[in-house]
Design a protein around this ligand. Structure first.
Ligand code: ZN
Length: 156
């Protein structure tokens, strides 16, 4: 399970949604909990998976920035070549990649599946995450928002 909305990242203001509890499940936001209630009440819904995780970027390798891929650096004091400590002499460094956690994976009575993200607030990183999710899985992400003015859920 992810804690993505609780994590405070250094140097950046973070938006922390209020947690919501429903049927013993803790949701990241009240909006998410309310939409779960909507899904539970939908007779077309057969199964609901909470917070499905998708790998959207595989771990990858980059050339080491300190030794410029050589694996060795010149020691300023001695003039000798030392093993690069940043890449441990490999010349390359591994980067972590990334995962995306959606809010729901819904299976309908006809076994059609949808991956749904409920948006309760503006999230600057969401558009790129959505694109990465769609490009790696081939699944179109369903974005659901609550239109407070008309008091209804809107699928985007
Ligand atoms: Zn290096």
């Amino acid at each position: 399970m992810t804690t993505r909305r609780q994590v405070k990242r250094k140097g950046r203001p973070s938006i922390v949604s209020k947690k919501a509890k429903f049927k013993g499940i803790t949701f990241d936001s009240g909006t998410e909990a309310r939409y779960y209630k909507v899904l539970l009440g939908d007779p077309n819904v057969k199964h609901i998976e909470l917070q499905p995780v998708y790998r959207i970027i595989e771990p990858f390798e980059v050339e080491c920035k300190r030794c410029r891929g050589a694996g060795k650096v010149v020691n300023e004091a001695t003039g000798r070549l030392n093993k690069c400590s940043l890449c441990n002499g490999n010349g390359k460094r591994m980067k972590q990649g990334a995962i995306y956690t959606a809010d729901f994976k819904v299976t309908y009575q006809d076994d059609y599946q949808e991956v749904i993200d409920v948006k309760g607030y503006a999230d600057a990183k969401f558009p790129i995450r959505k694109k990465l999710f769609e490009s790696t899985t081939g699944i179109e992400l369903i974005v659901v928002e609550f239109d407070a003015k008309n008091r209804q859920w809107v699928r985007k």
